[in-house]
Write a protein that binds this ligand. Structure first.
Ligand code: NAD
Length: 458
């Protein structure tokens, strides 16, 4: 067997794939294998079209794949030879039983722990990469170290802070890498082995070491704080619309305060993505399970504000289109939860499309990367929706356009041409505040943006 350090990652998704590709690219002295139960996904990682869209990822994978980066379905073989095992399987919100709708569903996680135990014959460092409830490592250790094979496992928490759309940059130049372990000699030694991997390319001062529980809790807390900022500015956006204050001016004014800062203060139709909602609800569940109802209610309100903002967006559409959209064609510009990704998990587009269909609108969706996922998200109502890659065709004959995703493409379209092909009066609802409102108004559109005075011809 080779004496190169063998790294394995279980789970080849949005986190496992890019993270391991960057580790392999930056650390040619390590062998990195990514395994998954989903054979189609592994085939895509080995093929020409990667299973996820992420700027810069193709180049990274092309450089490392076949050299020291491997994608495989051989989970057992991978476990057997690995020294360090990252676990990056999905931890969605539980949909059944106790904690349904709030708690993390840890079935994939536990299954993976048992798989690791079953196929290990030598010491392993097991790294929690997935986002998990605080104290999950305790359960992980109990499963792994309760064995009678004489094999020891050290569990580390190394939560991933990458954001989809900027994953490669976030991994190549992270703000910080967080590694938690027990403060025992074995725990500290395992932590050092992982620190050594990251410091191959990450400056040492950016690698933070902590105890296991702090590392686990930091990830949920980071997402809750980020989402809380979006819900806070969205709450203010509604007030702006009532008072003729402008939400971007308010956000700029408060964001220049260095204690607050400018990021995550962009008002919008609401946040989406696979993490914010599920991680906050998980935090809510953990608070409640410790009897901490007030903090649970507080964090839950961040999610409630997001649901409210999405519903408010549709209410604005209805109110300004004579209180009915029945039979009217409405083009959704974008469906991904944000630009530069094809990921649609928890996208505000899902709630907006469903509410419009309930109102009997004729919905057309256009998106440069997310149409395949949109078809899956809306499969129960897909007969009532047109999926159209060309935004000009999507808008033709429509009464309204609703911008759901901030793709650069939508800023560069010929809106005079679009206006000519639409029904009149033609309205634009800019759920991302990316378009030139004044210009659109002069073309003839009624323009509704988030937290802005509407520009109307009536
Ligand atoms: N997506 C993000 O932006 C992001 C960012 C930071 C952290 N996270 C966290 O990282 C974790 C993974 O997220 P993701 O977006 O990559 O999920 P994902 O659904 O894209 O990928 C998870 C993969 O794990 C595989 N898997 C599940 N059980 C398995 C098993 N027993 N053996 C082998 N493979 C198995 C699935 O087939 C899937 O391909 C989650 O806990 C998430 O909260 C996600």
């Amino acid at each position: 067997m080779s004496n190169r350090t063998q790294i394995l990652c279980i789970g080849a998704g949005y986190v496992g794939g890019p993270t391991m590709a960057v580790i392999a690219d930056k650390c040619p002295h390590l062998d990195v294998t990514v395994v998954d139960i989903n054979a189609g996904r592994i085939a895509a990682w080995n093929g020409d079209t990667l299973p996820i869209y992420e700027p810069g990822l193709d180049e990274v994978v092309r450089r490392a794949r076949g050299r020291n980066l491997f994608f495989s379905t051989d989970i057992e073989g991978g476990i057997r030879k690995a020294e360090i095992i990252f676990v990056s399987v999905n931890t969605p919100t539980k949909t059944f039983g106790q904690g349904a709708g709030c708690a993390a569903d840890l079935q994939y996680w536990e299954l993976t722990a048992r798989q690791i135990l079953a196929h290990s014959t030598s010491h392993k460092i097991v790294v929690e990469k997935s986002t998990l409830p605080v104290r999950t490592a305790e359960a992980m250790e109990r499963i792994l170290n309760g064995n009678d094979k004489g094999v020891r496992f050290d569990v580390l928490s190394n939560p991933e802070f990458l954001a989809e759309g900027t994953a490669v940059k976030d991994l190549e130049q992270p703000d910080r890498v967080l590694i938690g372990s027990h403060e025992t000699p074995e725990g500290v030694a395992a932590r050092k082995a992982l620190v050594d991997v990251y410091t191959t390319w990450v400056p040492r001062e950016r690698v933070i070491e902590s105890n296991l529980w702090s590392a686990e809790l930091s990830k949920l807390t980071a997402n809750a704080f980020l989402a809380q900022r979006i819900s806070s500015i969205n709450a203010i956006s509604a007030l702006c619309e009532k008072t003729e204050a402008d939400v971007d001016e308010v956000a700029y004014a408060i964001g220049t305060d260095s204690r607050i800062g400018p990021r995550f203060l962009k008002a919008s139709v609401g946040f989406g993505g696979s993490c914010f909602r599920k991680d906050i609800l998980n935090l809510v569940y953990i608070c409640r399970s410790y009897g901490l109802d007030a903090p649970a209610d507080y964090w839950e309100s961040v999610v409630n504000m997001n649901d409210w903002q999405q519903a408010r967006f549709v209410q604005t559409m209805l109110a300004s289109m004579f209180n009915t959209v029945a039979g009217k064609r409405i083009a959704l510009f974008g469906f991904a939860f944000k630009a530069d990704t094809g990921d649609t998990r928890e996208s505000p587009g899902i709630a907006v499309a469903r509410q419009l269909i309930e109102e009997h609108a004729r919905v057309v969706i256009t998106d440069p990367q997310a149409l395949d996922n949109a078809k899956v998200d809306l499969k129960d109502v897909s007969r009532e929706i047109v999926f159209e890659p060309d935004p000009y065709k999507a808008a033709a004959g429509a009464h309204a356009i609703a911008v759901i995703t901030e793709w650069t493409l939508f800023k560069t379209l010929d809106y005079e041409r679009i206006f000519r092909a639409m029904e009149k009066p033609a309205s634009i609802f800019d759920g991302r505040n990316i378009l030139d409102r004044q210009k659109l108004f002069e073309i003839g559109f009624n323009v509704f943006a988030i937290g802005k005075r509407p520009l109307k011809h009536f």
